[in-house]
Write a protein that binds this ligand. Structure first.
Ligand SMILES: Cc1cc2nc3c(=O)[nH]c(=O)nc-3n(C[C@H](O)[C@H](O)[C@H](O)COP(=O)(O)O)c2cc1C
Length: 355
C-alpha cells in the first residue's frame, strides 16, 4: 500500500518517504546573502522528511525582496550552502533549492544595490513590505526592457548551476506571487511585446526560465511551484486563470520536469484538471491542513507527495511524532523571520524534539 512512509524515485534521486518540507523564508542570512550560522543545523534537524525545499533564494541582487534572505549566485553563497546540503545529506535527506526572484515585491531598502524592484510593467502591487525601517509602501517597479529579459532568465540558469555546485539535488522554480507570477497575471503585466498580452505570451517567461534551467542541470533536477488559486499581492488573471494554467502546465509537462508543486486554494476542479495533465510527480500543499488529513492525497493516489510548512518548521522530529501519535509543537509566527525583535536564534533551531 502507498502511504506517507513509502519511498519514491524522483528524477535521479530516491526519496525515503512522501513528506516534503515546504519552502519557508526565514530571513536569517548573513549580510552578504550567505546562509546564517545556524542554517545547516536547522535544515539538518529536519532531514528525515523525504525532501526539503529550502526557503526562497534570490538568483541575483535584483531578485531580493525582503531583508536577510539568502542568495545563490556568488562563490561565498555556494560555500555557505554547501554546509547546509552536507548536513542534510549526512542524515540521508534530499534538498531542492527554491529559486525566488521577488520582482516588484521589493523595496530599495531591501536590495543590496538599493534599487527598486524590476517587473513586467510599471504597476505597483498596492501593498506594503517589511523593511528594517518598518513597513513601507512598495514603490512602482521598473519595467524590464525587452533586452533585459534574457539576462534575467540567464540569472535563473546561473543560480541553478550554482545550486548544484553547492550540493543541491535540484531546484524548484518559485512560480507564485513573485516575478514569474507577475508575468502570468493580467493585473501586473500590460506588456505589448512577446511577454505580454495573450496568455501564451504571459506564460512565455515562466516557460523560458524552465527551459533554461532544464538545459543547464536537467529536467530531472528541476521542479516548479504554482498556485492557480492564489490571488494575493495584487495578482489576478480575470477569468483566464484556468486556461492559463492548463496551457502552462502542459508546456512544463512536455519539458519533463521532475515535479509540479501546487499550493492549492479554492476550486477543486482546476486541481483535478491539472493533475490529469501532469504525469510526473505532484507535490500538493493544502495550506493549514489538519493533522488528521495528513496522507489523504497520497493514499488516494492523487498526489505522490504532500508538503508541510509550519508543521515542519515547529517540529524538527515531525515524522517521529506522527508515528508515535505524540502532540505537535505549535509554530510561533512571531519568530518566523530572523528580522523580528526576537532575533536570529529563537524559533529556529530551538523547537524541542518530543521526549
Ligand atoms: C514563515 C513562512 C515563510 C514562507 N516562505 C515561503 C517561500 O519562501 N516560498 C514559498 O513558496 N512559500 C513560502 N511559504 C508558504 C509555505 O511554503 C506553505 O505553502 C504555507 O505555509 C502553507 O502550508 P502549511 O499550512 O503547511 O504551512 C512560507 C510560509 C511561511 C509560514
Amino acid at each position: 500500500m502507498i502511504d506517507m512512509y513509502s519511498p519514491l524515485p524522483l528524477g535521479r534521486i530516491a526519496l525515503a518517504n512522501r513528506f516534503v518540507m515546504a519552502p519557508m523564508t526565514r530571513a536569517r542570512a548573513n549580510a552578504d546573502g550567505t546562509p546564517g550560522p545556524l542554517a545547516a543545523e536547522y535544515y539538518g534537524q529536519r532531514a528525515a522528511v523525504g525532501l526539503i525545499v529550502t526557503e526562497g533564494i534570490q538568483p541575483s541582487d535584483d531578485g531580493q525582496g525582503y531583508p536577510a534572505t539568502p542568495g545563490i549566485y556568488t562563490d561565498a553563497h555556494v560555500a555557505g550552502w554547501r554546509e547546509v546540503t552536507s548536513a542534510i545529506h549526512a542524515r540521508g535527506g534530499r534538498v531542492f533549492f527554491q529559486l525566488m526572484h521577488a520582482g516588484r515585491m521589493s523595496h530599495p531598502d531591501n536590495t543590496p544595490h538599493r534599487r527598486q524592484g524590476v517587473a513586467p510593467s510599471e504597476i505597483a502591487p498596492g501593498e506594503q513590505i517589511f523593511t528594517l525601517g518598518g513597513m513601507k509602501d512598495i514603490p512602482v517597479p521598473r519595467a524590464l526592457e525587452a533586452s533585459e529579459i534574457p539576462v534575467v532568465i540567464d540569472e535563473y540558469r546561473h543560480a541553478a548551476r550554482r545550486a548544484v555546485d553547492a550540493g543541491a539535488d535540484g531546484v524548484e522554480i518559485h512560480g507564485i506571487a513573485y516575478l514569474i507570477h507577475q508575468f502570468l497575471a493580467l493585473s501586473a503585466n500590460t506588456r505589448t511585446d512577446g511577454y505580454g498580452g495573450s496568455l501564451a505570451n504571459r506564460a512565455r517567461f515562466a516557460i523560458e526560465v524552465a527551459q533554461a534551467i532544464v538545459a543547464e542541470i536537467g529536467a530531472d533536477r528541476t521542479g516548479i511551484r504554482l498556485s492557480p488559486g492564489f490571488t494575493g499581492m495584487g495578482l489576478s488573471h480575470g477569468d483566464e486563470g484556468p486556461a492559463l494554467y492548463r496551457y502552462l502546465v502542459d508546456a512544463l509537462e512536455s519539458l519533463g520536469l521532475a515535479y509540479l508543486h501546487i499550493v492549492h486554494y479554492g476550486d477543486e476542479g482546476i486541481l483535478r484538471d491539472l493533475r490529469s495533465r501532469w504525469h510526473q510527480a505532484l507535490i500538493l500543499n493544502r495550506p493549514e491542513r489538519s493533522r488528521d488529513d495528513i496522507g489523504s492525497d497520497v493514499v488516494a493516489g492523487f498526489a505522490e507527495l504532500e508538503s508541510y510548512g509550519q508543521m515542519t518548521l515547529a517540529n524538527p522530529d515531525l515524522l517521529e511524532r506522527l508515528k508515535a501519535d505524540a502532540p505537535l509543537n505549535a509554530a510561533d509566527p512571531g519568530t518566523y523571520f530572523g528580522t523580528s525583535p526576537a532575533g536570529y536564534a529563537v524559533g529556529y533551531t530551538d523547537y524541542p524534539a518530543a521526549g
